[in-house]
Design a protein around this ligand. Structure first.
Ligand SMILES: [Zn+2]
Length: 308
């Protein structure tokens, strides 16, 4: 008799775990190309989604190492979120073709393009991909502006509601509380950086331009002569002169950029190299967008404070 009892308990536990016989809806499998998009999706989807990011927090979003496991992940996805504006042009299209999943095909409700509705900056009038430039449709690093994040979050909530209409109200409520928090934190971030208004910065890649515009900072040069093109000695000499002329005292780098190059320029100009990762999880305790921005704002303020 006891064995039947155990079996019955096990069966009940299985049914509970699988959701059979209950009204618990199946969680949506949401796949984001990059961890920043994944972090925002977690806020909007809440308990109703399982989020996976394809790129590692320490990988360059333009040049992600495509793996067979990515195909499996994409094949099982209910929703795909990409940055768009050709951010993932170098690696996502072949993965998407081979994943054979109509739910996330271009134009399907389950395919979210984050750049939709964003006022893109630095849209080139002429463009030559053969030179290696990767910002063909403008600057795709728009999540560094918290106001753009609100647009992306709304886009996500709308698409998630189309994919899962029964959960539409929850996504809407999650969106509201996320946006309220962004507004509240934005005041705090702005206050923290106001003392450094018009401070001169140098970045490795053109990846902080939206942040600089929103927080009134000035990027005087990038170590790359063009986005995606490696620094050359001639270009770096130009950067050094510009930094000296304009008194730029910090150089911002990310984990996948060549820190040694930044250090060389820093030595010649008396500047400091600041590690300012843009992806949640690249450094400890930055798993949410809020934690990440707290980290970025604190690092920037500390770096600029040390260099009046
Ligand atoms: Zn870029």
């Amino acid at each position: 008799m006891q064995i039947f009892g155990i079996l019955r308990t096990a069966a009940t536990a299985l049914i509970a775990a699988s959701g059979i016989g209950t009204a618990v809806p199946k969680k949506l499998n949401v796949v984001a190309t990059t961890p920043d998009l994944g972090a925002i999706a977690r806020e909007i989807g809440g308990d109703l989604v399982l989020v996976t990011a394809l790129a590692k927090p320490t990988e360059d979003p333009h040049f992600v190492d495509a793996k067979p496991s990515h195909l499996v992940t994409l094949n099982r996805a209910d929703v795909l979120i990409e940055g768009g504006a050709e951010l993932e042009l170098g690696w996502l299209p072949p993965l998407l073709d081979n994943a054979r999943n109509d739910k996330i095909a271009a134009g399907a409700p389950g395919h979210i393009v984050a750049s939709q509705g964003i006022a893109m900056i630095e849209v080139p009038t002429t463009f030559d991909r053969s030179k290696g430039d990767v910002h063909s449709l403008g600057n795709p690093h728009f999540l560094m502006d918290p106001m753009n994040v609100k647009i992306v979050a709304k886009n996500m909530a709308d698409h998630l509601a189309q994919v899962s209409p029964a959960s539409a109200e929850t996504f809407k409520a999650n969106l509201k509380s996320f946006n309220d928090r962004i507004d509240q934190k934005f005041v705090e971030w702005k206050k923290r950086l106001v003392a450094y208004r018009d401070a001169k910065l140098v970045t490795y890649h053109k990846d902080f331009d939206y942040l600089a515009a929103r927080f009134d900072l000035e990027i005087v040069e990038t170590l790359e002569p063009k986005p995606g093109i490696a620094p050359s000695p001639a270009h770096l000499a130009k950067v050094v002169s510009a930094m000296k002329a304009k008194n730029a005292r910090v150089i911002l780098v990310q984990p996948y950029q060549n820190r040694k190059t930044a250090e060389t320029v820093a030595r010649q100009t008396g500047a400091t190299v600041l590690d300012v990762p843009q992806q949640p999880g690249a450094v400890q305790n930055t798993s949410t967008y809020f934690d990440l921005m707290d980290h970025i704002v604190t690092t920037l303020a500390a770096g600029l404070e040390a260099k009046p």
